[in-house]
Each structure stands twice: as structure tokens, then as C-alpha cells.
Design a protein around this ligand. Structure first.
Ligand code: UT7
Length: 327
């Protein structure tokens, strides 16, 4: 009997402050209409000084642990997917471990940009297949507002802050994570880049002048690669599990742009109700986007045991991948 990893609890947390597209109009030369039609985003949540990455991550973790009825001291491992840690060291995972009092848990961060949660889930899955009793906390958490140039309309309207978490353990039941496929192509890294955290800290003049401490993106190019890569990763998952497109009950795609999500849904011939979308509420929260979707879907009761879930992400690096699971 094979061992599979199952999600036994989910949680999420976003900062209190909502910034609408109207507010963005007062910051840069943009319009609610442009943002809505080009991205599907209506608003985003932006953190204050106290709502750090580790704070949002810890809050989401507490909710996931609560749902899973797992005590922090019973956790064996904490993995945080992020590219906006509170600081380079200690890791967000160690800060969360301390906040939770998860004393026996190993903890580390994982950097795969917007694909971080799927990378982390895949790593957790590998641990659990060898040690099914393990309890692993997987978190995607970001405060992208801190690495955004609020004067650059090409990027500042797109991103938001937030965190999502899942508690994973092993089962002998015929459900859980069925396949994971991860990919990267470092040759295209320049198209979506954040040079900020270089060894030259605090940033010298040249770094600041070039705006290297901010996310820089060639949006149209990234768009093209994102749709192609996510479709490929989705098809890989379908093939690995001998699923037809009709077999998918829910698509949780990285929430960067509603046009990308719908394009992917169309390519996979999925009906609209199978495609989970919340980018209008949160913008692109990078590593947090899929776990926030998962938690919202879980808490609204649309995930039924036996449902087939396809998760697909794409991000800087480039990185991309898919995870297929049976709920
Ligand atoms: O999370 C990781 C993965 N990220 C993504 O997948 C993001 C992928 N890219 C996208 O979602 C889209 O490319 C964007 C939303 C970033 C941009 O949409 P687009 O339809 O590709 O627009 P564009 O970059 O081709 O720009 C079209 C025009 C330009 O003006 P000109 O050169 O045609 O005169 C931009 O300067 O829109 C202009 N523009 C804006 N106008 C108003 C760019 N940003 C804005 C803005 N408000 N905020």
C-alpha cells in the first residue's frame, strides 16, 4: 500500500488595509479601467509595519493548525515559500517556529518566486512518503509591497501581500497528492527580477539609482511564457495521472492575471465554475496565491472528498510546475 500526503488543515491571512484601484490612480498614471480589464484586479491588501512576512505566515499557520487539530509542538517540519523574508537570517520559517513554539520542528525557507508554494508542497510530499507520521507545515507568504516601486505603474498595480498555509501528513488511503512536476529555466531570469538583496547591503548608490531593490518585469514577455509553461505543466499532471480534462474538478492556478487564468482554463477546456479566481481581491500575492485559494475554497465547502484538484504556478526564475491531488 503506497503512502500519500494529505492536507488536513488550511489557513490564510491578509493585511487589514485594502488599497483599491481608485487609490492607485492617485499614485501613478493609471486607471481603474486599465487595471480591471488588463489584469482582473480590483484591490489588493497592503501590510503595515507590524504585518511582517513572519506575522502573516504565523497567523495563517495558526488557522491551519487549528483546523487540522495539530499542536505546534507536534510539528516536525516547517517550510516557508517566499521571496520577501523579514530578513535574510533567521529565515521566516525559523521566526514562525519560534512564534508558534514548534520546538521539535526543523525549519527552512524555499525560494522559487511565485512557484514557491508548489515547490514547498512537493518537498513536503517527499519527506512524508518516507516518514508518513510526519506533520509538516507548508506556508506561502509574501510582503511584495516592500519590494515594489510605487512609482512604476508597470508593476505597482499588480501585487499584494498575504500568506496561506497547509498542514500535511501521511495516509494509506487512496487520496492526497498524486503527482508533482517542477521546472525552472534560469536563462530567462532577467525578464522578472528583483536584485535588491545582493551582497552589497545596505544598497549602494548604483543599486538604488538603477532601482534594483524593486521588482522589475517585462510583463508582456512574462505573460507569453506563463501561459505556455502552465499549460505544459498542467498537461504533464493530466498525463501522469491518466486524467482527461473532464476529470479535473478544480483548477487552482497562480493568481497573477485573470486573463492568464482564463486562458489556461480555456486551453484545458474547463468550465468556468471549475476555475478558482480571487485575483480581483488580492492581486498577485506570489507564493501566497495558491494556498490562499486553497484555504478559501476549503472554508467555503466547495472541496468535497474525492474531488480532483490541479494546481499550477509560474514565477520568476523562471520557475513553474503543477501538483495534482485528490481531496
Ligand atoms: O507572478 C509571476 C508571473 N507574472 C505574470 O504572469 C504577469 C504577466 N504579465 C501580465 O499580467 C501583463 O503583461 C501585464 C498586466 C503586466 C501588462 O498587461 P499587457 O496587456 O501585457 O500590457 P503591456 O505591458 O503590453 O502594456 C500596454 C500599455 C503600455 O503602453 P503603450 O506602450 O502601449 O503606450 C504600458 O505602458 O499599457 C501601459 N501600461 C499601463 N497603463 C495604465 C502599463 N501599466 C499600466 C498601468 N496603467 N498600470
Amino acid at each position: 500500500m503506497s503512502i500519500r500526503s494529505i492536507i488536513i488543515g488550511t489557513g490564510s491571512c491578509v493585511p487589514k488595509r485594502v488599497v483599491t484601484n481608485k487609490e492607485m490612480e492617485s499614485l501613478v498614471d493609471t486607471s481603474d479601467e486599465w487595471i480591471r480589464t488588463r489584469t482582473g484586479i480590483l484591490q489588493r491588501h497592503i501590510s503595515n509595519d507590524r504585518e511582517t512576512n513572519s506575522y502573516l505566515a504565523t497567523q495563517s499557520a495558526r488557522k491551519a493548525l487549528d483546523m487540522a487539530s495539530v499542536l505546534p509542538q507536534d510539528l516536525d517540519l516547517i517550510i516557508v515559500g517566499t521571496m520577501t523574508p523579514d530578513m535574510p537570517m533567521p529565515s521566516v520559517a525559523c521566526l514562525v517556529q519560534n512564534e508558534l513554539g514548534a520546538k521539535k520542528a526543523a525549519a527552512f525557507d524555499l525560494y522559487a518566486a511565485c512557484t514557491s508554494f508548489l515547490y514547498a508542497l512537493s518537498v513536503a510530499d517527499k519527506f512524508i512518503r518516507f516518514a508518513p507520521d510526519m506533520k509538516v507545515l507548508v506556508i506561502g507568504s509574501e510582503v511584495l509591497s516592500r519590494v515594489i516601486n510605487w512609482k512604476d505603474r508597470n508593476t505597482c498595480v499588480l501585487f499584494g501581500d498575504g500568506a496561506g498555509a497547509a498542514v500535511i501528513t501521511g495516509t494509506k488511503e487512496d487520496r492526497g497528492i498524486l503527482s508533482t512536476h517542477l521546472h525552472a529555466d534560469g536563462s530567462l531570469g532577467e525578464l522578472l527580477i528583483l536584485k535588491g538583496l545582493d551582497v552589497d547591503l545596505p544598497p549602494g548608490h548604483s543599486t538604488l539609482e538603477k532601482g534594483q531593490q524593486y521588482i522589475q518585469m517585462q510583463g508582456r514577455e512574462v505573460f507569453k511564457h506563463a501561459v505556455k509553461a502552465m499549460e505544459t505543466a498542467a498537461r504533464e499532471a493530466l498525463e501522469a495521472n491518466k486524467w482527461n480534462e473532464d476529470d479535473v474538478d478544480h483548477l487552482f492556478s497562480h493568481q497573477a492575471n485573470v486573463r492568464i487564468i482564463n486562458f489556461l482554463g480555456e486551453r484545458l477546456r474547463l468550465s468556468q465554475e471549475k476555475i478558482f479566481i480571487n485575483v480581483h481581491k488580492y492581486g498577485n500575492t506570489s507564493a501566497a496565491s495558491i494556498p490562499i485559494c486553497l484555504d478559501e475554497a476549503n472554508r467555503t465547502g466547495i472541496l468535497i472528498p474525492g474531488h480532483r484538484i490541479l494546481m499550477v504556478a509560474f514565477g520568476g526564475g523562471f520557475t513553474w510546475g503543477s501538483v495534482a491531488m485528490c481531496w
